[in-house]
Design a protein around this ligand. Structure first.
Ligand code: PBG
Length: 316
């Protein structure tokens, strides 16, 4: 029996899979399931294994996934993200064919595809704004053509939501929606993710385009801009150290609000549980209650599958 006391009086239902969005990492090859040593429970999956995983989690009650691509090669122009039959486009098609009811969201960003590891196209040592918007729009279009329900631009490039909305509409993809990574802070909590996606910047950092965590003003401006540009869901990221931002945004908008329980937040809870500093479920319960209390409608989390499993175990 646990030496820790359980808290039973949940006002929210933090263990409900409703509103959870499960991030999944897609890599090239066949029958690949590569566990990430730094991040227990997270793996890189080839398309065939991805499809099997999606079937399983759908049965557990998870209805939303967010796909990230881990391409084989990188170059200066993110070519791996742009071809019509790119890694993610193919994965979306396969998932939609196997589980059509699954809401498929795709990350639209260049950092995993470019040699420099920045979220945009680099020319002359800096981000080329026009080239980056072109690339992001093309990438988003390829996902829409493959059947993605949502594209989620996360490059923090000014005007990315408007540009993508415009491109999707021009090609007749009026129903493909956009989840904006609207208030995305330059955060140390992303450390483990950059290891999984192999997307750490090779020079400099992301402070030129991600938000400064010492300030809250810019976050609201970004959210407002994304809504103006046509975002259907807006996001605050990370979540745990940014509950004030989540609450402020929630008070001002009627759009659905997503929060991203990012890799560093996830790893902290895992590591603490491993070291017997706390019971994992208790900690997840408290933190996820806080996200809901602050106003999260959707929670993007590597915990989605485990939470859904806990829920199912409780029922049986
Ligand atoms: C960038 C991106 C990041 C994450 C998702 N997409 C962060 C970054 O490297 O700037 C982080 C997610 C996480 O930490 O779980 N395209």
């Amino acid at each position: 029996m646990s030496k820790h006391k359980r808290i039973h009086d949940a006002r929210w239902e933090p263990f409900s899979p409703d509103g959870l969005i499960y991030p999944l990492f897609v890599c090239a090859g066949r029958n690949v399931r590569q566990d990430v040593p730094l991040l227990e429970g997270v793996s890189r999956l080839s398309e065939d294994n991805l499809v099997e995983e999606v079937k399983k989690i759908y049965l557990l009650g998870i209805s939303h996934i967010l796909l990230f691509g881990i391409p084989k090669g990188k170059d200066n122009s993110a070519r791996g993200a742009l071809s019509r039959d790119n890694l993610i486009a193919k994965a979306v098609k396969a998932v939609k064919q196997a589980v059509p009811q699954m809401v498929v969201m795709t990350d639209v960003c260049l950092c995993a595809y470019t040699r420099q590891g920045h979220c945009g196209i680099i020319k002359g040592g800096r981000i080329d704004h026009a080239a980056t918007l072109d690339a992001l729009a093309q990438m988003a279009l390829s996902h829409a053509q493959a059947g993605a329900d949502f594209v989620a631009p996360s490059a923090m490039t000014d005007g990315q939501v408007a540009r993508i909305r415009n491109t999707l509409d021009n090609y007749g993809y009026y129903d493909t929606r956009i989840m904006g990574y609207s208030a995305k802070f330059a955060s140390y909590f992303y450390g483990p993710f950059r290891y999984i996606a192999d997307s750490a910047p090779r020079f400099g950092d992301r402070r030129g385009y991600q938000l400064d965590y010492r300030q809250d003003r810019a976050a609201w401006d970004k959210v407002e801009q994304d809504i103006r540009e046509g975002a259907d869901i807006v996001m605050v990221k990370p979540a745990l150290a940014y509950l004030d931002i989540i609450a402020q945004v929630k008070r001002k908008i009627s759009h659905p609000l997503a929060v991203y329980n990012v890799s560093g937040e996830y790893a902290m809870v895992k590591q603490g549980a491993r070291g017997d500093l706390w019971q994992e479920k208790d900690m997840v319960h408290e933190i996820f209650s806080a996200y809901r209390r602050a106003g999260a409608d959707f929670i993007i989390t590597y915990y989605a599958k485990e939470i859904a499993q806990w829920r199912q175990d409780e029922k049986t």
